[in-house]
Design a protein around this ligand. Sequence first.
Ligand SMILES: [Zn+2]
Length: 180
Amino acid sequence: MDQRTFGHLMVAPLVEAPDGGVVPDVVAHIAPDPLDPLFDEEAFAAALRRKRTGIKRALLDQSLVSGIGNIYADEALWRARLHGERPTSGLRKAQVSLLVAQVRDVLREALKEGGTSFDGLYVNVNGESGYFERGLKAYGRGGAPCERCGTPIRRDAFMNRSSYTCPRCQPRPRGARPAG
Ligand SMILES: [Zn+2]
């Protein structure tokens, strides 16, 4: 079992996965995570362009890609200098590649620090907030200077949670309203 997917014990029927293996039926509809060898960047880019949504919502959409929680999405978007409200349909291929590369880096670093890919679980198994303390550039840093440009990081409400962005490095797309 993939420790990054299963944080608790569960019993579920097994069904055939697209790769011919078997997975519990409850996760059969979940797309691979970006560190999975089965993750298909071309297919992901194509699916993004078909969606009528913002990038951050797409990153959190488990039918498109799994393993990315709210915190890791904010971190990857900050690194890629993309605002989460930017429409996925307007993303160029190079921007998708860059974003995927940043997501992978964030996930790898978090895993190395003992974090998990679960949203909100930025503490490691010993209850220490290693990655949260040391690695985060955007998430949870509202009002603190952006490490790239010094502009205060901005916090916006997002789907009952928060989004953290640098207003200068990640300009909000024109016409987009703050997400509530
Ligand atoms: Zn900045």
